[in-house]
Structures are given as structure tokens and as C-alpha cells.
Ligand binder design. Sequence first.
Ligand SMILES: [Zn+2]
Length: 185
Amino acid sequence: MAASAACPLCGQALAAAATVCGNCGAKLPDPAPVPTPVPPLPTEDALLRGLEDLKEQVVAERVVEELESLEKAADEEVAIVDRTLGELVAAKADAEVLEERLEAEEADLSEFVRRVESSVKRQAHAPTPPPKPSAAGTAMVAAGSLLSATGLFLLPGAILVGAFTFLGGIATVALGALVRFGRRQ
Ligand SMILES: [Zn+2]
């Protein structure tokens, strides 16, 4: 509060709300209401300056906030980069393992191909197994032989029947031989 009055008797400085002098004990008159000084109206320039200051303060606060959030974002980015680097390192290790495995598989594959190739070559050079005689052909040959023998036996008595029987037997033997070693698997 504004400076107080002095005691009219002893001149002691008094507190504003004092009713008795603390020094001489004189009763003091009711203190006159101290007029509160009316602050001078700010000039337009002052107003503008204040506004400018306020604006600058707000801008400064915004800048600080912006910087803080940028710093946070940068920290996050650093963390992301760290993580990404870690992942890259892990991925590189994985790639190396995969590469090794692929090389091993490639070696396996070429080994397999080599084996198949040599197997194919061996089979190509191997002599083809002789065809298995067919049972039906063998039976036909046997029956034909019997028939021709019968024809030969009949020939002196009945030339025509004997000849036909003999020829039929020979034909049956020939057909049986064909069937026996024919190209049927
Ligand atoms: Zn006094």
C-alpha cells in the first residue's frame, strides 16, 4: 500500500491503518482515504508494444514447444533408426545364413544332377536285357510242333490232310516263335 502519514504530534511514521501513534500514543484522526493512483492509460504505442511483446512471448512458447516436440520426434526417429539398424543387422545375418544354406543346397543339387546324369549315362551304355519269352508263344510253338509231327505221321495215308496238318503245324510254330520274342512287354 502507499506510504502512510506521519503522526501530527511527534512526526513518527505511521502505518496506514493505525488509529493511535505507536510512539507518543496520540489518538489519530481517521485516516483519510488514500486515493489509489489511477494508472495512466497506456498509449497506443505502449499497447502495440505490449501486444507485440505478448505475441513474441506466445511465439517463443510455441517455438519452445515446437523444439521440444521436434526433439522428441528426433529421439523417436533415432530409436527407430536404431531398431531398423538392428533389424538390418539381423536381416543381414539371416541373409548370410540363407546364402550359406542356398550354396549348400546348390552343391547338393549339382551333386544330385551329377548323380542322375551318370546314372542316365550308365543306363544308356548298359546292354538292353534280352526280351523275356512269352508263355503263350512257347505253348503255340509246342502245339505247332505237335501238329506238324501229326501231319508228318498222317502224310503217308492221307496226303492232303497230312500236308495241311503239317503246314498248319509249321505255321503255328512260326507264329508262336513270333509271339514268343515279339516286341510285347
Ligand atoms: Zn506520535
